[in-house]
Each structure stands twice: as C-alpha cells, then as structure tokens.
Design a protein around this ligand. Sequence first.
Ligand code: SF4
Ligand code: SF4
Length: 385
Amino acid sequence: MASQVYFTSLRTGYRNSLPTKIQRLALAAGLEDIVRKGGLTAVKLHFGEKGGTAFIRPVLVRPVVDALLQAGARPFITDTGTLYVGSRGNAVDHLNTAILNGFAYPVAGAPLIIADGLDGGDEVAVPVNLKHFREVMIASAIVRADSMVSLAHFKLHDAAGFGGAIKNIGMGAASRKGKMAQHSEVAPKIVNKKCIGCGLCVEQCAHGAISIVERQAGLAAPSPSVSKVVQIDRKLCVGCAQCIHACQQGALTIDWDTDFPKLMEKIAEYAAGAIKGKEKRSLFINFLTQISPACDCYPFSDAPIVGDIGIAASKDPVALDQACVDLLNKSPHLPSSCLKGQEHYPDKIRAVYPKLDWERQLIHAEEVGLGARDYELVEIEGNKR
Ligand code: SF4
Ligand code: SF4
C-alpha cells in the first residue's frame, strides 16, 4: 500500500503564515500519534555549519516544537558531532555554532542537546543484522528518546546524491564511530607530508593503535628536519576518529569511502537503527527550500538549483524522500545556479553528480524495511493563502 506524504506549498497570507502552515502539516501527518504524554522527543535537525545559510531557520522549527508541547511531549532539539574538524566537531563548538545560527532557546523554544555527548562518544550499539552491519552505533540521546521528529533540509549531496530524511537520521543520528563506519573502511588516512610527529594523537587513542616511528627515507615530510611520523595499526583501530580531531596539522583525515553505492546502503541501515524501537513513534518533515547543490556541512551554501518548492511530511521516510526527489525533478531549474543554460534536466541529481546512482539510497532503505517508495501525495492546503 502506498504511504501518504503530506505537502504544503509556501503560499502565505494574513490567515496562513508559514509557521501556521507548518504546524498544520505536522498535525495532518500524525504528530500527535507519535508522542506519549510526558515522553522525551528528539527533534533531530542540522544546526548548520558556520558560514552555511541553507539550514532550516529556527523560527520554522518553533511551530513543530510548539505542536509537540501542546501534544504533551517534552521536546529537545538535537544533532550529533561531525567527523571532520569544522565548527561542530565537539559539543562546545557545536552549541556555539547553533546559537550563532539562531538556535537560541527563546527562538527555538526547547533546549539544545548534542545527542552523542561532549566528544561524539556517547553511543549505544543497536543490533540490526543487516547486509553491512550487525549493529550500528547511534547517539545515546536519540536512542533513549521516546519519540523522534526528523526535520531535514532537503538538498543535493556530493556522496549520497541527496540528503533528506534518511540521511538526517542515518548519518545524522550516528555517533562519531558510527559515522566513521559509514564513511570509510575504518582507519583514518595519514597525510605524511603534514605530520610533524608531535604525538598528540597517540594520547587520544584509547585502543593503542597509534605509534610514532622513524620516518623512512623518501616519505614526504613537512620539512627535512622532521624525522618522526605517525603510524596506525589497522588491526587495533576501531575507527572512533578521536585522533582526527586531536591533530592540529590536518595530518589525519577520513579515508573517504569511494564506493558511493555502499555508503548509501550503509546510511539506510543506520537510519533503520536510529528509529529501531520507535518505528511507530517517528515523524519526518522535509523542507524543500533553498535546495543547494551540496551538503550543509560545508561552511557555505551555493545558490539553490530550483525555486523553493514547499514542505512535506510523512511517517514513512522512504516515501517522503522519494516524493521530494520527484518534486525536485518536476521543478524548473534556476539558470543562476550551477545548472546553467536553458536545457531541461529531468534528473537534477545526476545533472549535478553524473556518477552518483542516488537511487541506491532509496532502494536499500526499502530493502531493509525502512519504508516504501510508493507514495500518495496529499496536498493539505493547495495554494491557499
Ligand atoms: S580512529 Fe580511534 S582507534 Fe583508530 S587510530 Fe584514531 S583514535 Fe585510535
Ligand atoms: S598525526 Fe598529527 S597529532 Fe599525530 S603525530 Fe602527526 S602531526 Fe602530531
């Protein structure tokens, strides 16, 4: 049976402000069904990187928080730390960035909690027994929450093709170790020419996987006087990524898994783990606004590739993401974006990323039972202002 995806346009007027429409959309999609009175509800979103501008504005998060409060829930707004060293790599930087981006309590209406703790290590192993993972490492505050509302800014993504509900809870609810397991074949990559052999990373490794060794002749070095270099024992490394954050020289990086279909499948399996136990107590809302051509984790947001489309919501994250891809592909592109010229782009994701088979994310999400790609679009207010 087709899943229902509710949709509202962005037309507004005196009786229908956007916050009012968002609240009606959330209620139509079943927000009251997914919460228990007094239950802690994780409102999972992306606070935006410092310099990024396409994330969901806090004033548009508030109506969802208010609806949750009215339904008797105790909402908190949450995200997890990043793998890369940006402005959200630990809870302190992350909260400072969130506040800088406008997520102050008086605006958003609920406390901010970094779901995987101070340094990305507060996690719970959730058994899933799927193709790539027997268990997935999910941020503890998300596992312990009674229910979840995913608020995702729908956009293109340079590794997953697009980022919507599945990616928001798949990669976005994973602890640092969980992100590492999705992104790479575990151990960080060493950039020999940047390593000064300082040993800072050794102290951070709880698994004894790092040592400092004599630099062999011919190995690139920052300067001829640097005689030591880092070495990682891949058998001992568990991929927690702590050392990446410890290195001030940028000498340890994520070994980005170039097998993108595999990455997409891993994201889908993590998404299944993130909602395990609250499959009936999760709601997904995607904002099809400022649809930028790349991930919100960059410290900038490039020009949107289409005009703003609307907001969609469903209890089925697969149906929701499929509907959003279809809405995107039906919209005329903006020649002021990276999709230049007058040509029609029936598949805008492939137009930007020709080598990414973005459908893999949806196909595997359906295979692991996260939802169905078949959907019925229910316009709750049409173009009513
Ligand atoms: S990723 Fe974690 S386990 Fe692996 S070397 Fe770095 S700190 Fe050690
Ligand atoms: S990888 Fe970074 S922290 Fe580790 S020894 Fe090299 S420069 Fe120092």
